[in-house]
Structures are given as C-alpha cells and as structure tokens.
Design a protein around this ligand. Structure first.
Ligand SMILES: [Zn+2]
Ligand SMILES: [Zn+2]
Length: 269
C-alpha cells in the first residue's frame, strides 16, 4: 500500500534487526519504489541500545550507498538520518546535514540522554518539546518531523494543554512548510494503553491530527521500521490510519523529500 518510506532503521541503532540488504529486498517485495534509510544519529556520548556509534557511521554511509548502486534499476534508495535538535551537538548535526540526502527530526529527548520525551507528564515539558521542534524547523535542521506526538507517550490525559501544543506544532508546520509524520511504528505496534481519560495508542494521537487537518498541514506516513519483516504487513499502517479516521488530513504520498532537503539545507548553512 505504501510506495515510499523515509523512516527506516538499521541494526546499528541497537534495537533493530536484519541486514541493510534485507530491508531493501523486503521493501522491494512489498512493492516500495522509494526507500529512505534514517537510522538514529550518533552523538559524542555512545548509547548502544538507542543509536549507532561514531565508529559505525562510515560503514552506515558506505553500506547504504552501495545498496543504492546495486539496486538502482529496481528501487530509489536514499541516505538519511533521524536526528534530534540538541543545540550543544550542533557540530555533529552539521556534519549529518551536509552528508545526508535528508534528515528527519525525532525529538526523543529534550537534551542528550536526559528529559526523555517518553516520560512527559507536565505541560511545561510539552512547551520545551515544542521549542526544540521550532528551533529545528527555523534553522533548517530537518525535512520532516517524525512522530511529532511522541511527547504524548506518558501524558496522562488529552487536556487543553495538549490542544495548545498540538495547535503550536500545526502552526510551526505551516510556517516552515514542514511535513508532519503519521507514525506507524512502536506507538501502535504495542497496542492501546490505558490513560486517565481512556484507551489510546501512545502515538499517533487524534488531537494532534485534528489540528493538522484544520490547517491542511502536509502529512507523510512513516513506518519507523526496525524489522524488515514488517514491510509486508499493513496492520500497523491501518492502526495509525484508524487514529485519524474521518479527519480531512492532507496526506502526501509523492513528496520529493530529497529535493525539499536541498532547499532547506540552504537555511541551515
Ligand atoms: Zn528506533
Ligand atoms: Zn525512527
């Protein structure tokens, strides 16, 4: 069903399985025509369970570029990275921005290895989270925002503070013409969870997409895939789509992210 996926991990991040080539082969079998690799970016402090190590970076580039050449007649392969907006890691981020075809923003923490976005329970944490996203968009760090609602993972209820944050992120998306992702990864893979105000997936969350739909922000479906075996199933895409059922979302499927990245890099540098 999906022809393009920009959100693909590799074993280097420490929580994905399979070889790089298996991702390509399985994506081909599933009918994809464009496959973007976007593994978790390495930073100064190693963390073998969350992101690749510096020592793996050259191999990552080399491996994906080799596959791009090997499979060029069959599928468009691009080299990308999933980065966070950490202002004290800007040297590394600049290097990835220069060397990658594109970058996606997955703001997993407010700061390197602290203040996890999976643990927010207070509205000020959401405000900080939005600040990081706005800084990244304003400085041309990324080409789309992965799971913009990952900040809802632990948030107890979809209250007015959440509505305000969703509105802010939707406004940022419009202001910087920045696509937002409907994530079909682990937020839906592990089923619904009970929160104070009822059952829902950790993310995506309907309230965010209500605001995205109102403003017609660009939305890209991303598999956030960590296992090549999952390319062939629509189960998780369907779960993500069920969250936004009935909303008039502006899902774009033929967006040229690499072309957009070339333009955004001019903002960054
Ligand atoms: Zn991951
Ligand atoms: Zn990811």
């Amino acid at each position: 069903m999906l022809k393009t996926n920009w959100h693909t991990h590799t074993y280097r991040c420490g929580h994905a399985v399979g070889t790089d080539e298996e991702y390509v082969v399985k994506a081909l079998q599933a009918g994809l025509t464009t496959l973007g690799f976007s593994d978790h970016a390495p930073y100064k402090v190693p963390c073998s369970s969350e992101r690749m190590d510096y020592s793996q970076y050259e191999d990552y580039k080399h491996s994906i570029l080799s596959l791009k050449k090997k499979y060029q007649e069959k599928i468009n392969i691009f080299l990308g990275m999933e980065v966070e907006c950490y202002r004290d890691q800007w040297d590394d981020l600049s290097r990835y921005r220069r060397e990658m075809d594109y970058c996606i923003l997955g703001q997993h923490n407010l700061d390197l290895d602290t203040n996890s976005s999976y643990g927010f329970t207070q509205s000020w944490q959401l405000e900080e989270y939005v600040d990081r996203i706005e800084y990244a968009c304003a400085h041309g760090l990324c080409d789309y925002v992965a799971h913009p609602d990952v900040c809802m993972y632990s948030y107890p209820a979809m209250d007015e503070s959440v509505r305000k944050i969703a509105e802010k992120i939707a406004d940022i998306s419009i202001k910087y013409d920045m696509p937002m992702e409907l994530n079909a990864g682990s937020g839906v893979r592990y089923g619904m969870h009970r929160y104070q105000d009822g059952m829902r997936y950790a993310y995506p969350t309907r309230m965010f997409f209500e605001e995205f739909a109102k403003r017609r922000t660009k939305i890209i479906v991303g598999l956030d895939i960590h296992d090549p075996g999952l390319f062939k199933t629509d189960k998780y895409i369907n779960r993500a789509l069920s969250v936004i059922e009935g909303l008039d979302c502006n899902i774009i499927s033929n967006y040229d992210l690499v072309k957009a990245a070339k333009k955004r890099k001019k903002t960054f540098f």
